[in-house]
Design a protein around this ligand. Structure first.
Ligand SMILES: Nc1nc2c(ncn2[C@@H]2O[C@H](COP(=O)(O)OP(=O)(O)OP(=O)(O)O)[C@@H](O)[C@H]2O)c(=O)[nH]1
Ligand SMILES: [Mg+2]
Length: 264
């Protein structure tokens, strides 16, 4: 349901994009066909120069409630989403990928608990009953599970690396989100202010069919840097002592081995 230009929509859907032109029309059409609330769809694009701007202009002319913010001096998924949240008008914010991995048909169940006042944050989850991934290689599965395992002490969310989530704007008031790396969802799950548990809505994650991945080694490195910041946020003392504890453990272990060698 497209809102009038001046009307504040119920939901702002923020989609970070880099060279996703082949996916923009399908995404916008599927959202329009499946989402029953008034919404605005905001693409935050890092100067893709692949015709995305023109594509969104055409969609807007056709009546789709879309706009595109093109950033020329910044690059990165998390900072793009934060920019989208800053520019969004609705009291309820959604983040999703452009590549149709996150089913637009799941938007309605995703926002339902927040609209009902039963949650402040919801997650489209691959790892709860009814959720799934399709078309993943074993390597990708292992990378995903390892990333989740490393962040387990930070939140109870099972699919804590999900990039498909909804959050009430009020849960982010006064919260400083780190614009680092790929996992802006994790940042929100850990720092978001809430009165209710985070609700996980099962989704069937579909592998991208068009466009190319932007996920690579740099993003995995950034994920480790991001985790360090989040551990410092949640467990400041322990996280600061960790290098010392590791060093002490290494020293004790070496001493133990050395004495065993001397006595053998
Ligand atoms: N604005 C912006 N968007 C980005 C950037 N990197 C990735 N994205 C977008 O973030 C979303 C997730 O990126 P993907 O490349 O799909 O990452 P992924 O889901 O881990 O990997 P695949 O689905 O296998 O490609 C997509 O909509 C991308 O276009 C970036 O640097 N800036
Ligand atoms: Mg993707």
């Amino acid at each position: 349901m497209p809102p009038e230009e001046s009307e504040v929509p119920d939901v702002s859907i923020v989609v970070p994009t880099y060279q996703e032109k082949p996916n923009l029309r399908t995404l916008s059409e599927r959202i329009r066909g499946a989402f029953p609330h008034s919404y605005e769809l905001i693409f935050v694009d890092d100067n893709s120069q692949d015709g995305s701007e023109q594509e969104v202009a055409t969609l807007a002319e056709e009546g789709h409630p879309v706009r595109i913010i093109v950033r020329t001096s910044e690059r990165g998924l998390a900072s793009a989403v934060i920019r989208g949240f800053d520019e969004a008008r609705a009291p309820l914010l959604v983040c999703m990928d452009a590549d149709l991995s996150h089913p637009p048909e799941k938007l309605a169940p995703l926002v339902a608990p927040i609209l009902a006042g039963e949650a402040e944050i919801t997650v489209g989850s691959r790892y709860v009953q009814g959720g799934s991934t399709a078309g993943w290689t074993l390597v990708r599965e292992i990378i995903s599970r390892t990333a989740i395992f490393m962040a387990r002490p930070l939140t109870r969310v099972r699919d804590l690396t999900s990039g498909f989530f909804a959050v009430a704007r009020s849960a982010l008031e006064g919260v400083e989100l780190a614009p680092l790396g790929y996992k802006i969802g994790l940042e929100v799950f850990v720092k978001g202010k809430r009165q209710h548990p985070i609700v996980e809505v099962p989704i069937s994650f579909v592998d991208r069919v068009a466009g190319e991945t932007k996920f690579g080694f740099r993003e995995q490195w950034n994920y480790l840097r991001h985790l360090r910041l989040l551990y410092l946020h949640c467990y400041p003392v322990l996280a600061r002592l960790l290098p010392l504890l590791l060093l002490a453990g290494l020293a004790v272990g070496s001493y133990y081995l050395w004495t065993r060698v001397l006595h053998s």
